[in-house]
Design a protein around this ligand. Structure first.
Ligand code: GLA
Length: 368
């Protein structure tokens, strides 16, 4: 593997600094991005043949930016993120990060495997959310760029007992940017003790490429004829409810803002995907008519958490000082259903020694 070193001006730490940019192949470059937990953090840039660029931090496996053209060819960043590590160390609400060991909520942070009851961190009221106090979004991942493609492999060993979860879990997440402007995310994991696993990515999309705009005019379509209603703590009641005649019916495209007032608190719900099989399948389409950008979501997962950025309140600012206001980003988190470990009727999230956890999700951006 050859290492090319070029000088590049990149924003690092709290100011712009001259840094050395290394690359192992011309489609993957990296810069040193500071330190967390006493470990060096790097920022990788994946570039495809169209000049589309996705940046990924080894801290949290965060997709920090995805710069892609609109219909006029003007490029801008379509995910919420920061230019420097300090933005992430201030604990934004999971911007762009890999989420685990269990994406979304586990009621009261407790579950049982066989006869053993496990108690996880309760970091969201009485419940456990997105892996606990220090989930995979707040750890430094090991990274290995591919030899010739725009691809980066991240690995992390989540130790037995971390945040209360049983079993040493060896996780690999491979991010690949294709020449079709797709971000492929391939998740695998293996354990040495029975555990629960539900990995996802928490990117907030704003297809306008400008955080001054809300996502309320984006059109969304989701292949889901049912969703999982929740209690006041956002834990599914266990019911799979028909979307028909409700504001959760996105079988045909609807503007997000059209019916949001009728959903208490806004959308933050798991949709039960109507799948034809277990392969990678198109499950949702998001589009913005002004920029012409379209995002298609493909996954092998049974569920999709549509979160309309209801907790964004302007207190967090982008690196160039813009307030990240209510509903200026939305998440389409592919997943197993929230609280599955306590809902035997939901698809299982149990992983046993000798088994391999494997899910794939693909986000594809095009212009119309
Ligand atoms: C997920 C949850 C939301 C919220 C966000 C982060 O989408 O479902 O309730 O916690 O993450 O703010």
């Amino acid at each position: 593997m050859t290492t090319i070193t070029t000088a590049a001006l990149t924003s690092c730490g709290d100011g712009a600094e001259k840094k050395s940019e290394e690359s192992t192949n011309e489609k993957v470059t990296k810069v040193a991005w500071g330190e967390a937990d006493g470990k060096p953090v790097d920022l990788y840039t994946l570039t495809n043949a169209n000049g589309v660029q996705i940046k990924i931090s080894t801290y949290g496996g965060v997709v920090t930016s995805w710069v892609t053209p609109d219909k006029a060819g003007n490029k801008s960043n379509v995910v919420l993120g920061f230019d420097s590590l300090s933005g992430y160390l201030a604990k934004p609400p999971y911007f762009g990060a890999i989420i685990g060991r269990y994406g979304n909520r586990i009621g009261k942070g407790t579950f049982k495997i066989d006869t053993t009851t496990y108690q996880l961190a309760t970091n969201n009221g009485a419940n456990h959310l997105h892996g606990g106090n220090k989930g995979y979004d707040k750890v430094v991942w090991d990274a290995k760029p591919a030899d010739s493609t725009a691809s980066l492999t991240l690995t992390y060993l989540s130790k037995d007992g971390e945040e209360g979860y049983p079993g040493n879990l060896n996780i690999t997440v491979v991010y690949t940017l294709t020449d079709e402007n797709e971000l492929l995310i391939d998740y695998t994991a293996e354990t040495d003790k029975a555990t629960v696993v539900n990995l996802t990515n928490h990117s907030y999309f704003n297809l306008t490429g400008d955080v001054n705009n809300t996502i309320l005019d984006h059109q969304l379509q989701i292949n889901a004829d049912k969703y999982t209603p929740v209690d006041a703590g956002l834990i599914p009641t266990g019911e799979l409810k028909d979307v028909k005649g409700t504001p959760f019916d996105f079988l045909q495209p609807h503007k997000i803002g059209e019916r949001i007032a009728a959903v208490e608190g806004g959308y933050d719900h798991n949709f039960v995907l109507t799948r034809t099989g277990s392969d990678l399948e198109l499950v949702a389409t998001l589009s913005d008519s002004v920029s012409g950008r379209k995002l298609e979501v493909f996954t092998t997962e049974p569920g999709l958490q549509f979160y309309s950025g209801n907790f964004l309140d302007g207190t967090i600012k982008t690196s160039d000082g813009k307030s990240i206001n209510l509903r200026t980003g939305l998440c389409l988190e592919t997943q197993h259903f929230p609280d599955s470990p306590n809902k035997p009727a939901f698809p299982s999230t149990l992983l046993k020694p000798g088994e391999k956890y494997h899910t794939v999700t693909k986000y594809k951006i095009s212009v119309n």
